[in-house]
Design a protein around this ligand. Structure first.
Ligand SMILES: [Mg+2]
Length: 289
């Protein structure tokens, strides 16, 4: 069945297949804060005015939604350290002391551990496949080769895929990032495109996903909810694979929520009360605050 169809549809995993709301954004910000706090990067934080830090970090986040985790982290750290919300490939670019450059790896490790812990706890309890998506996948698999392209590390991606009981047989490839986090979705999309399909559509949920699609020269459609799939199906009736430019930033309301939840967690951490990953994700998914 592999490679038999003329056209391919590629799904991003987080968002279009499994809904996680704004949880990941909050996990990224809070984990970056914890990683700075627990390393030499603490000196750039403002424990008396955490609002300052969250405002800076948000700028780094909105520039890199859906990017590999260490790229996202570097943009947030760059925002904290020098108020420039751009990713760096090498910590020297942050213009920090040599001793801190050496500590950057420790910061990455702390971030990795904390962020993975939060994602694991939230995925178990709160993240679910979008309503109707499995039925749609089955239908689409009759006319299109289907793939998953994700920034998630390959092992974790495959575990998540299995955990949510998607049907492996309906997909020609489940493709994620590597341990170093230097394979991005544009490379995966290019690889799929090079299997010489007539047409490839990437279904993603972030502005970064649109950039990846453009870079790889494939079409893009944004899906953040089950409702978006209904729009896609309607469009496909008229024009086969659509190509919709949608910058899909967070809404103002979503940003407010991300900010207030993260700030509350930061204040809690600063007060010295350490919550478990489960307690944190339960707080994030609670209606209050
Ligand atoms: Mg996504």
């Amino acid at each position: 069945m592999i490679g038999m169809k003329k056209k391919a549809i590629v799904f991003d995993f987080d968002g279009p297949l499994v809904g996680s709301g704004q949880d990941k954004a909050i996990h990224i910000l809070f984990s970056a804060f914890v990683a700075c706090h627990d390393t030499g990067f603490r000196k750039f934080l403002h424990p008396d005015h955490p609002e300052l830090d969250i405002s800076k970090m948000l700028k780094g986040l909105v520039n890199y939604p859906g990017a590999p985790r260490f790229q996202q982290l570097s943009a947030i750290v760059s925002s904290i350290v020098r108020d420039i919300p751009e990713a760096v490939a090498d910590p020297h670019e942050l213009c920090i002391d040599e001793s801190l450059v050496n500590e950057y790896q420790k910061l990455q490790q702390r971030y990795n551990e904390f962020y993975s812990g939060l994602n694991e706890a939230a995925a178990k309890r709160f993240w679910k496949p979008l309503k109707g998506v499995k039925t749609l996948i089955k239908k689409l698999s009759k006319d299109y080769d289907l793939y998953v392209a994700s920034g998630i590390i390959q092992d974790i991606l495959e575990k998540d895929f299995q955990h949510h009981k998607f049907d492996r047989k309906l997909f020609c490839g489940i493709m994620g990032s590597n341990q170093e986090g230097n394979i991005d979705k544009s490379m995966i999309l290019k690889q799929i495109k090079n299997r010489s399909y007539q047409d490839v559509l990437f279904i993603g949920d972030s502005r970064k996903d649109l950039e990846y699609a453009r870079k790889a020269g494939v079409k893009f459609f944004r899906v953040k909810s089950a409702q978006d799939y209904k729009v896609l199906v309607e469009k496909m009736k008229q024009q086969d694979l659509p190509d919709v430019q949608d910058m899909c930033e967070f809404t103002e309301q979503q940003l407010q929520r991300i900010r207030s939840k993260t700030l509350a967690l930061m204040n809690q951490y600063l007060s010295g009360k350490i919550l478990s990953y489960q307690e944190i994700t339960t707080f994030i998914n609670s209606k209050n605050n």
